[in-house]
Design a binder for this molecule. Structure first.
Ligand code: CTP
Length: 403
């Protein structure tokens, strides 16, 4: 199945015996990283309870068009705006007829009317109903209106008949449905991203750290997921929830980050080091809280240098495309170019952290992408958009490499 990661999928469930399989569809959708909302017709509720689909999707199931409370939470227009794609499974003969004539007399039909994106239906009905000319005509109208049609399959039916009309298996429906979305530029690629600061303990209550909110790294993770990549995120402590559809590894110290990166690096296509790794850590952390000694002499803390994780990755024999960040307060481009060559990187992203508008805790950023051959400025904008551009740049380069 192509990636449905980060997609908002609205599943319409209508009243057929195959409705019980919609629970499995929700489960597969969630597993592939999609957010799922379910709309059920009244007759679907005769076959499977909204509570089951609510528990599996993690969202309230919508059933009624004229329900003031539900409309206040997320009405039919909001549902249509929220969705990236609509899948109706099972789709009964009646639903197919109503959709084909553009009816808007219940919640599911109004949402599909208001929706402007890919819609697929998975027909499920008795074989004679499927073969009926009127059903076939309705189906043709849906095809003409760009609906995707998943199935039906052939075999023994619940009523004992044998023939075409059975709903396809959930995984096969999703295989077909996922084709309605354009393939991401990083589809099938594996990316390892480090983010956030590290914390180097001095004693049980104190540590050395670097300033980093993790925002840039986490938004790169989102952008990479949106491009269809399989993402592993190794992060120091930050106040951001990691996306549920990435492989998340939580660490605290630079040493732990180094170990985690080396453990996960094999087979990666891209490594992006956004983490603000502490260059030094206390030579020996005290087991107990260090007390003031009462003297006025300065306290001396012996520090040892940590391994440069980025450099270690670029020195690997089987190295991925290696991307580093240069957070600088002065001589931005010169310092970044030095790091590009000293650490033998494919790309360095130069970031002026002296500018408060684009610095550490800001939602905006402005960066220069530097490779051996080119420099490319991404002007100040939201970190989400900057991340998308960085990911597009990287996918362009690695796809070039592979051609
Ligand atoms: N980095 C790393 N391991 C370290 C230090 C830095 O992997 N021990 C990575 C960062 O994730 C970033 C890049 O190296 O991608 C540059 O980090 P930065 O702190 O700007 O550079 P340093 O090499 O530490 O140089 P300096 O602190 O002297 O500017």
């Amino acid at each position: 199945m192509k990636s449905l990661a980060n997609k908002n999928i609205l599943l319409g469930v209508t009243g057929g015996i195959a409705a019980y399989k919609s629970a499995e569809i929700v489960r597969h959708l969630k597993k592939s990283g999609a957010s799922v909302r379910v709309v059920m017709t009244r007759s679907a509720e005769e076959f499977i309870t909204p509570l089951t689909l609510q528990a599996l999707s993690g969202n309230r199931v919508s059933t009624e068009l004229l329900d003031a409370e539900a409309e206040a939470a997320m009405g039919h227009i909001e549902l249509a705006k929220w969705a990236d794609g609509i899948l109706i499974a099972p789709a009964t003969a009646n639903t197919i007829a109503r959709l084909s004539s553009g009816r808007g007399d219940d919640l599911l039909s109004t949402v599909t009317l208001a929706f402007d994106g890919p819609i697929s239906v998975a027909p499920a009905m008795n074989q004679a109903m499927w073969r009926d000319e009127r059903t076939q005509e309705n189906l043709k109208k849906l095809i003409d209106q760009d609906f995707g049609i998943c199935g039906p399959g052939s075999g023994e039916q619940a009523c004992g008949d044998v023939g075409l009309g059975r709903m396809l298996e959930p995984i096969d429906i999703l295989d077909m449905f996922s084709l309605s979305f354009n393939e991401g530029t990083l589809s099938g690629k594996k990316i390892l991203i480090t983010a956030g600061p590290t914390q180097e303990p001095i004693d049980p209550v104190r540590f050395i750290t670097n300033r980093s909110s993790g925002k840039m790294g986490y938004s790169l993770v989102e952008a990479a997921l949106e491009s269809g990549a399989n993402v592993t995120l190794i992060s120091g402590p930050v106040n951001i929830e990691p996306p549920s559809n990435c492989n998340f590894v939580s660490i605290k110290t630079a040493e732990e980050m180094y170990e985690a990166v080396m453990h996960h690096i094999s087979g990666m296509d891209v490594y992006i080091g956004t983490a603000a790794v502490s260059d030094y850590s206390p030579a020996k952390a005290s087991d107990s809280k260090i007390k003031k000694d009462g003297s006025s002499s300065p306290m001396v803390l012996e520090l040892k240098e940590n391994q440069d994780i980025l450099k270690s990755v670029s020195e690997l024999e089987q190295r991925p495309y290696v991307v580093g960040f240069a957070a600088e307060t002065n001589d931005l481009i010169k310092n970044a170019e030095k790091k590009l060559s000293n650490k033998n990187l494919d790309l360095i992203i130069a970031n002026d952290v002296s500018n408060k508008d684009i610095g550490f805790d800001s939602d905006d950023n402005e960066v220069t992408l530097i490779t051996e051959k080119e420099k490319h400025l991404i002007e100040r904008q939201n970190k989400r958009k900057v991340s998308k551009k960085i990911i597009d740049f990287i996918s362009g380069r690695i796809n070039d490499q592979n051609n």
